[in-house]
Design a protein around this ligand. Structure first.
Ligand code: BGC
Length: 384
């Protein structure tokens, strides 16, 4: 049977007070007390989907690192289906999970599950995507998501030649036609990515350096439900046949995720762009990305996709494990941000990691030298 931690039910301040006094957290009703041996604890890890490689890497890293510390791990993927994720979490709770690590599909859809978790004294760690509208989110581990959006916009400007990789002014002045894409509106990150990107792009749209020829600049107009590659491809095809049917060209596309980028690149390729960024007379448009998925890293290496944003899922997993460990020991995890991530009910204490922009010329130093991908995998476009 589960050794409930009796911790999540404590208010953060009480928990902090207890921790500061060097005391132990209160034991839950019938629970094992605040500090339990890893061997006695089961951690439920709920990931959104296996269709995107990044979540497979996240799941594997979290599981591996927790098991290395002696925890039992119940890892589930929800196939991007909200009821499936809810059921999986319900089941984790029923089967005695002591701590939950959740990357939500829809950040607003898990209040019921979190309510049950709280009443069973199960701490909840929100993984990468903030769970919204619930007081029962105990900690958040993620990257600096606003900075991701800014980095994507800067990578777009770099690809167009308006900026250099080091941030200094480039030689190109435009005007350039661009189009904007955003992720799934039910993912809290989508808004941070888009706001971060627009923080950089809006002044250049305002001064005419960048022209969003479709006129579609609202997040609702450019969002792609469930981050689906096919939906992004379809939207890009519609833009090409609708907006660019007068002989004009799209020079750049802000894409927030590699899967979407590949859909966008397919649409562009089918319309005669490329195959590469240096092809003449009709070069591939500058397309950004996120996650350093292996298929996209190959495209970057081949000069087709312009950039991606690397988020080291091994380090994120490590932070989730550190947070889980703190809860297991009856402590509050250490936050490095306590004011950005308001989930609608409370500001969730967070640990945010930095990100890196990857272009063709730093694949080696950022991705290969760090052991994230091998040179062979990059050449093949497939993980081993
Ligand atoms: C993650 C991104 C990912 C996207 C699609 C977001 O919540 O932060 O890294 O590209 O989901 O899976």
């Amino acid at each position: 049977m589960s050794k409930r931690l009796g911790f999540a039910a404590l208010s953060a301040s009480l928990a902090l007070t207890l921790a500061a006094c060097g005391g132990e957290g209160a034991g839950g009703s019938g629970g094992a007390g605040s500090s339990a041996a890893a061997e006695d604890l089961t951690i439920g890890v709920s990931m959104p989907t296996q269709t995107s490689e990044r979540w497979i890497n996240d799941g594997n890293s979290v599981k591996q690192q927790l098991e290395d510390k002696g925890y039992t791990v119940d890892l589930q993927y929800a196939n991007d289906d909200i009821p499936t994720q809810s059921q999986q979490i319900d089941q984790m709770i029923t089967e005695g999970a002591d701590i939950l690590v959740i990357a939500a599909i829809d950040g607003t859809a898990l209040s019921g599950q979190l309510e049950t978790a709280a009443s069973n004294d199960i701490p909840v760690i929100s993984y990468d995507r903030l769970i919204r509208d619930s007081a029962n989110v105990d900690f958040y581990v993620s990257f600096d998501n606003f900075a991701v959006g800014q980095a994507q916009a800067n990578a777009l400007l770099t690809g167009l030649g308006i900026k250099n990789e080091d941030g200094s002014a480039g030689s190109a002045t435009g005007p350039f036609n661009i189009e904007l894409f955003a992720g799934s509106l039910d993912d809290n990150n989508t808004h941070f990515f888009f706001d971060g990107a627009m923080d950089v792009l809006q002044p250049l749209i305002d001064d005419g350096t960048l022209v969003v020829k479709s006129g579609q600049t609202d997040i609702e107009q450019v969002a792609i439900l469930r981050w689906q590659q096919e939906t992004a491809q379809k939207r890009m095809e519609d833009l090409l046949t609708g907006t660019y049917n007068d002989g004009s060209k799209v020079n750049g596309v802000l894409s927030p995720y590699d899967g979407l980028s590949r859909g966008i690149i397919t649409a562009l390729t089918n319309a005669g762009y490329g195959p590469t960024l240096s092809s003449q007379p009709n070069p591939m448009a500058v397309v950004t990305g996120q996650d350093a998925e292996i298929a996209s890293v190959k495209l970057i290496n081949d000069g087709v996709q312009s950039s991606t944003i690397f988020k080291d899922t091994r380090k994120l997993a490590e932070q989730a494990v550190i947070a889980a460990q703190a809860f297991a020991e009856g402590n509050q995890p250490e936050a490095n941000n306590t004011d950005t991530y308001d989930n609608g009910v409370k500001v969730v204490p967070s640990y945010l990691l930095p990100v890196q922009t990857v272009y063709k010329d730093n694949i080696q130093s950022v991705l290969i030298d760090s052991g994230y991908w091998t040179a062979d995998e990059v050449a093949k476009g497939q993980s081993d």
